[in-house]
Design a protein around this ligand. Structure first.
Ligand SMILES: Cc1cc2nc3c(=O)[nH]c(=O)nc-3n(C[C@H](O)[C@H](O)[C@H](O)COP(=O)(O)O)c2cc1C
Length: 201
C-alpha cells in the first residue's frame, strides 16, 4: 500500500494531530510489511500561496508546454502526482478558526488542478482521481460535536469529493483544550478508533 501522509499542524511535540497520525502509520506498518509512505509536512513546510502567474499557468490550455509555465507549475505537479500515485491518503488536520489550517488550504490549492485531478466538461466538472480512500484525523480545542461551527469536515468532504475521493473516514479528537483530563480522554478515544481502522485497512 502506498500511503500519502499529510501533516498540517504548525505545532510539533504538542500537536495532537501529529501524535495521532504518526500512531496510525505505526499501526498500519505492523499490519502491512510492504507499506510505503510519502510524508508531506505542510504544517512545517507549507507550499507557497498561489500567485497571478501560477493561476494563469494552471488554467492555460495550449500554452501549458511553455517552459516558464512548466516551471511555475512544477511543485504543484509534484504534489498532485503524489495524490494520483497513492492508494490511500492520511490527512492530519488541526481545526483553525472553525476550518482547516492555512497550510492545508495552500496544499489543496496546488493539488486541485484542472486536467490533472479534475476536468471541466460541457456537463460540468468531472473528477479525475479514482480508487483512493482517505482518513482525516482532526483535533479541535473547544469544539465538541454540535456545539459550534464546523467548516472543516464539510469542506474537506466537498473538496476531496470534487476531485474524486469520496471514501473518507473522519476521526476527531474534540474538546482537547477543555482540561488535561478531557484532552487525554479525547486522545485515547481517537487512538482506539484509529487502531480499529488500521486493522481494516
Ligand atoms: C490559530 C488557531 C485557531 C484555532 N481555532 C480553533 C477553532 O476554531 N475551534 C476549536 O475548537 N479549536 C481551535 N483551535 C485549537 C486547535 O484546534 C487545537 O489546539 C488542536 O489541538 C490543534 O491541532 P494540533 O494539536 O495538531 O496543532 C485553534 C488553534 C489555533 C492555534
Amino acid at each position: 500500500m502506498k500511503l500519502l501522509h499529510i501533516d498540517a499542524s504548525p505545532r510539533t511535540v504538542r500537536s495532537i494531530t501529529r501524535r495521532l497520525s504518526s500512531g496510525f502509520v505505526k499501526s498500519l506498518r505492523l499490519k502491512n510489511g510492504d507499506l510505503r509512505v510519502v510524508h508531506r509536512d505542510v504544517g512545517h513546510h507549507p507550499p507557497p500561496f498561489i500567485s497571478d502567474a501560477w493561476a494563469g499557468a494552471a488554467f492555460a490550455q495550449a500554452e501549458r508546454n511553455d517552459p516558464a509555465m512548466k516551471g511555475l507549475l512544477h511543485q504543484s505537479d509534484e504534489l498532485a502526482q503524489e495524490v494520483l500515485n497513492c492508494d490511500a491518503l492520511l490527512i492530519a488536520s488541526p481545526m483553525h478558526n472553525f476550518t482547516i489550517s492555512a497550510s492545508l488550504k495552500a496544499w489543496i490549492d496546488h493539488i486541485v488542478r484542472a486536467d490533472l485531478t479534475f476536468k471541466i466538461t460541457e456537463q460540468g466538472p468531472v473528477p479525475l482521481v479514482h480508487g483512493k480512500k482517505a482518513l482525516v484525523v482532526t483535533s479541535r480545542g473547544g469544539y465538541v460535536a454540535g456545539t459550534a461551527y464546523d467548516f472543516q469536515e464539510p469542506y474537506l468532504r466537498t473538496i476531496l469529493g470534487f476531485i474524486g475521493i469520496t471514501d473518507i473516514t473522519f476521526v476527531h479528537a474534540e474538546g482537547v483544550n477543555s482540561s488535561d483530563e478531557e484532552r487525554e480522554k479525547a486522545i485515547t478515544t481517537a487512538s482506539a478508533q484509529l487502531l480499529e481502522i488500521a486493522k481494516k485497512w
